[in-house]
Design a protein around this ligand. Structure first.
Ligand code: GLC
Length: 855
């Protein structure tokens, strides 16, 4: 390779891997004018400025305030966002006070100080009056076009920005899917949904836009959601040591301020505002296998056969783009899949559900001149489409496709070649798209995988070819600059709502690559086209954690990596992360090495089997934590800082993670490593493998040969486990074993959550919560089971309690009556004592019980 070619290659590599270059976008912007008057309404105050600008402060909750500003004009009456789930809020107590310098708005939790001249906003704690977050300068806009250098479409809007004082000890979390560390301090980020295969750390932007972050300083957390779908920028102290700033290339300055002080509380409110994840079917927590692509049908069957023969658990098989006729969405290739329903039935009998990929590009295909029938068949998805393609015909006829400003159909290029994109801002188009999924459900498909929805266009991945594409946008007829980042959200919404309509008795299951804030209402997600490298494996931890801190709980990445050549060690270590991630799916690019769990030999396969089996045993625990995420917005896969916010050792810890409150995982993220340092927060911890007890608040070194992922249980936790199984529903959870791990006071507790796992009835109270509490007593311990809450009835089964116990248990009573020895391991009721532990088996009849164990 000659020298100039080499330097060109280097330049290309730098350009491809580096994130956007930081630009201090607040420079040269005009500040908003000073306040000249104000008007007060029921839950808001509108400030009128000397320059004609307006700022509206809305009090939505004691810890949630919205700030909306327009520059040199009045606020428009139209106020619409695709992200917001909750628009009307109950009235709260608040108060407005005028002071010589400005105004003070108080709620029970917040004090908002607004100075008149210049117009500066400061948020304080209502009780301590400590400043939580403050403007460094007034809100700004681009009056002279100085920022047009970075504008995607200068005609579409004016740059708006905000700069907040940057604290010396301030840490930043969130922004959804970013190829970056957990703590975003000193980082600079752009939001512009982009198809970025083989991205590595530092690449920015990638697929998703979640313009929400959490700031943490001196144990106190706040959140800011800048709800603006234009290309947006976040600078957490990269350009300046004085401020953290955010801005967008159009739209309004429109942000929501959340006060904690706990991060969990902020996540609760953020997901109240933008919606929470509905519970997916429980089988979505099962192991999933994919490949670009499995075809024909016999190949799909063979993969499942291999899984079953090798005694590897599997719940889902994914069909990538090759199942279609020439990449035409909502069709089946009859040569490769002669009878899709028969195939899905056969796989379902083995416990395996099928998911199909659905891309947004509809093949551009005007009917051939000799096309005979106009899409006459009842099941067009199974009929040949080479002369006339029903989806294209319907979309065109009904005007559902995106057009350019000139009125011409917009024709991007994706897998099918020339294509059309649906204008998902049109309610009728969303409904039509949703209903098209009959083509899958009728053929036994159980879930939908949305890909390429940035939307990716091979003509120009930056969106340049889409600049003048217009979307209906609730009558605003706005352009790509505003709509790009919400395209995937609306496609996922159309899909979710379609599945809900077509199969109302089942929970929809959708997976997406691109997103905007609020996506969690409609879809789970995976992190796109990763590489099969150790760096990418290490990056997956902060990426999953950050997604969780941005409202998205059901996350995961292609286990083993998508692009490039992996090996057995990497795949095994990757499973040791993903077996505890909500979405656990092995997937690989078309020309990559085969990567199913057995492809690198029996040694690795054996270890992977062990962890997949453990995942299934842990299902009662994982499902309980998932339901907590659904109910509270606090994610399953967590950074330690979320559970231990006041522990400064955790602020940038992202090579360990927690599952819920109770499991701490310290995976190995490098090759040839057989031990590592682990930070355990204050308290008692138990090694999952063997039970050794540790005292936290320190680093420990732990052995981790390839067979072992360091895994710790928090003292005070009870981990509910079920039997080993090869797919969800193969066996009932009988017995449910409660593994008790007392804290240093001898106490432990849990609340097991269960429901039918497939229907939406859990929304109507058809679930069951079982609370178990353990306390030490003199020479023994007491276990209290509270009466089950909710109307879900599992089939008859046993509860088994396993607890460490010094000495021998001589008397064990259940509700005052002596229990006999035996029971454990078999199906009878009773107890067994020995080797430092006691096991007690009882019938689960949903009633309150008290078990007393004494030496
Ligand atoms: C995209 C997806 C990948 C899929 C491929 C073919 O690259 O991210 O998962 O296999 O398209 O559909």
């Amino acid at each position: 390779m000659n020298k100039s070619l080499l330097s060109l290659c280097c330049l290309v590599i730098v350009l491809c891997s580096a994130g956007a270059e930081a630009q201090d976008f607040v420079q040269g912007l005009e500040p908003i004018g000073s306040v000249s008057s104000f008007t007060k309404a029921d839950a808001s105050v509108t400030f009128n400025c000397e320059d004609g600008s307006q700022v509206r402060v809305s009090i939505l909750a004691p810890d949630l305030i919205r700030v909306r500003a327009s520059f040199r004009k009045s606020l428009p009456a139209r106020d619409h966002s695709w992200a917001i789930a909750k628009e009307s809020w109950d009235a709260v107590r608040w108060n407005l006070r005028e002071t010589p310098a400005g105004f003070v708005i108080t709620t029970d939790e917040l004090e908002m100080v607004i100075s008149r001249k210049p117009l500066l906003i400061e948020f304080r704690d209502a009780k301590t009056h400590h400043v939580i977050n403050a403007d460094e300068r007034p809100m700004m806009f681009d009056a002279r076009g100085v920022n047009t250098g970075m504008m995607f479409d200068p005609k579409a809007g004016t740059f708006v920005a905000c700069a907040k004082k940057l604290g010396f000890d301030e840490h930043f979390y969130g922004l959804g899917e970013k190829a970056a560390h957990l703590d975003k301090r000193r980082g600079y980020f752009v939001n512009w949904n982009s198809d970025t295969p083989a991205y590595t750390e530092g690449k920015d932007p990638i697929y998703q836009t979640i313009p929400f972050y959490i700031g943490l300083q001196h144990d106190v957390a706040y959140g800011i959601f800048f709800d603006n779908s234009y290309r947006s920028y976040f600078d957490f102290g990269r350009s300046s040591q004085a401020y953290a700033s955010f801005g967008a290339e159009g739209g309004e300055m429109n942000y929501y301020f959340f006060y904690g002080p706990s991060m969990k509380k902020i996540l609760g409110r953020y997901t109240e505002l933008t919606g929470r994840m509905p519970l997916p079917p429980m089988w979505a927590l099962g192991n999933q296998q994919s490949r670009w692509g499995y075809y024909p049908d016999t190949m799909a069957e063979e993969v499942v056969r291999q899984y079953r023969e090798r005694d590897l658990p599997l719940d889902v098989l994914h069909l990538d783009i090759d199942y279609m006729q020439g990449y035409r969405v909502f069709t089946w290739n009859r040569e490769r899949f002669p009878n899709p329903k028969e195939l899905t039935d056969k796989l379902r009998q083995q416990g395996v559900k099928v998911i199909t990929i659905v891309d947004p590009g509809v093949k551009y295909q005007p009917p051939a001149s000799d096309a005979k029938v106009e899409d006459a068949t009842e099941k067009p998805e199974l009929a040949p489409q080479d002369k006339s393609y029903y989806v294209f015909n319907q979309g065109l006829k009904n005007n559902y496709f995106q057009k350019r400003q000139s009125g011409q159909l917009f024709i991007p290029k994706v897998w099918p070649g020339e294509s059309a994109f649906v204008d998902f801002t049109l309610p009728d188009a969303r409904r039509w798209w949703g209903d098209l999924h009959r083509a899958y459900l009728d053929n036994g498909v159980a879930g939908i995988w949305n890909d390429m929805n940035e939307p990716s266009d091979f003509v120009d991945q930056t969106g340049g070819n889409q600049r003048d594409v217009v979307s209906y946008d609730e009558g605003e007829n706005s352009t790509h600059a505003k709509n790009r980042n919400v395209f995937a959200l609306l496609m996922a919404r159309a899909t979710y709502e379609g599945l809900e309509r077509l199969a109302p008795d089942k929970r929809p299951y959708v997976i997406t690559r691109a997103a905007y804030a609020g996506i969690q209402r409609y879809s789970t997600m995976w992190t796109g086209d990763t590489t099969s490298t150790w760096d990418t494996l290490a990056l997956s931890i902060p990426v999953f954690q950050t997604l969780g801190l941005s409202g998205e709980t059901f996350v995961g990445s292609d286990v083993g990596g998508f692009i490039g050549r992996g090996n057995g060690e990497l795949l095994t270590r990757a499973y040791q992360v993903s077996f505890l991630a909500p979405f656990c799916r092995n997937h690989k690019v078309i020309d990559g090495y085969d990567q199913e769990p057995w492809r690198f030999g029996k040694y690795y396969e054996g270890i992977i089997r062990k962890y997949l089996k453990l995942r299934y045993r842990l299902l009662p625990f994982l499902y309980t934590v998932l339901e907590e995420a659904h109910r509270t917005g606090v994610p399953l896969f967590r950074p330690l800082v979320l559970n231990y916010q006041t522990d400064e050792n955790t602020v940038n810890l992202d090579d360990e993670f927690m599952v819920g409150d109770d499991l701490l995982v310290a995976p190995i993220l490098q090759p040839n490593q057989t031990s590592r340092m682990v930070y355990l927060p204050e308290g008692v911890w138990y090694d999952f493998h063997g039970g050794k007890k540790f005292t936290g608040g320190t680093m420990i070194r732990i052995d981790a040969p390839l067979e072992v992922v360091p895994l710790f249980i928090r003292g005070g936790a009870i981990i509910p486990e079920g039997p080993e199984m090869n797919y969800v529903g193969e066996k009932p959870f009988d017995p449910v074993t409660f593994y008790i791990h007392p804290d240093d006071q001898g106490k432990a507790s849990t609340t097991l959550y269960e429901d039918d796992g497939t229907s939406p009835n859990y929304r109507r109270g058809v679930y069951r919560r079982t609370r178990v509490e353990v306390a030490t007593a003199d020479k023994g311990l007491d276990i209290t089971v509270s009466p089950a809450e909710g109307s879900y009835q599992p089939s008859a089964r046993k509860f088994l309690f396993v607890t460490p116990f010094e000495g021998t248990a001589r008397t064990v009573t259940l509700d005052g009556k002596p229990l006999g020895a035996g029971g454990v391991g078999g199906q009878s009721v009773g107890y067994h004592s020995g080797k430092g532990a006691v096991g007690i088996a009882i019938e689960d009849d949903g009633r309150a019980h008290k078990i007393v164990v004494r030496q």
